[in-house]
Design a protein around this ligand. Structure first.
Ligand code: SF4
Length: 188
């Protein structure tokens, strides 16, 4: 284990933090915020396990608008399942292996990447900082590679492109790139 990973919190701390992030994400979806499907991108078995762990009465209290939106988002996810799978696999390739919730969060983050807003907003997290904490906490090997604070969706797709030998960038370096702000700008 490398020195940075050795400093990461123990399993129960990891689970408590994930509990909080999952609560925020689920509550936001039920309030019609973000871009996630009703099951947050999980299959029904995994979603049932997640609900059991959260032990909260979220099963039936989504607004009608949230239910309708969640249904549309599920259809979109089915149409883009291959893309979802690639992002999920990328995250899990760098997971911490401390908590089952890492698998749920990989499903959720991959589903969030299919939305049109900043990733933290699409997930229903309170801030970009919270998203960064969650990713570093659960997928440290992948997240630590984003050492220039690139926007997370851009970062994931760039990682996939590089893995597959593709060329997402039209400039040889970020500092000279005409679309620098798209990759590194503020996220309000
Ligand atoms: S800033 Fe330009 S060169 Fe850098 S990752 Fe973004 S598109 Fe690629």
């Amino acid at each position: 284990m490398n020195a940075q990973l050795a400093l990461l919190p123990d399993v129960s701390t990891a689970q408590n933090s994930n509990h909080e992030w999952l609560n925020q994400i689920l509550l936001a979806q039920r309030n019609g915020e973000g871009c996630l499907p009703h099951n947050l991108g999980l299959d029904s078995t995994a979603f049932a396990q997640l609900q059991q762990r959260l032990v909260l009465p979220f099963q039936s209290n989504a607004t009608n608008q949230a239910l309708e939106k969640g249904e549309l988002r599920q259809q979109l996810l089915e149409m883009r399942r291959d893309e979802w799978q690639e992002i999920r696999d990328l995250l899990l390739s760098g997971r911490r292996n401390a908590d089952t919730a890492e698998i749920w969060l990989a499903d959720i983050v991959a589903a969030g990447c299919l939305g049109g807003n900043h990733l933290w907003r699409d997930l229903g997290l309170p801030s970009r900082a919270a998203l960064r904490d969650m990713l570093l906490h659960n997928f440290p090997v992948v997240a630590q590679r984003n050492d220039r604070d690139m926007r997370w969706k851009k970062f994931f797709y760039k990682q996939l492109c590089e893995q597959q030998g593709g060329y997402v960038c039209r400039s040889p370096s970020c500092d000279q790139c005409p679309t620098y702000q798209d990759c590194f700008g503020d996220e309000q």
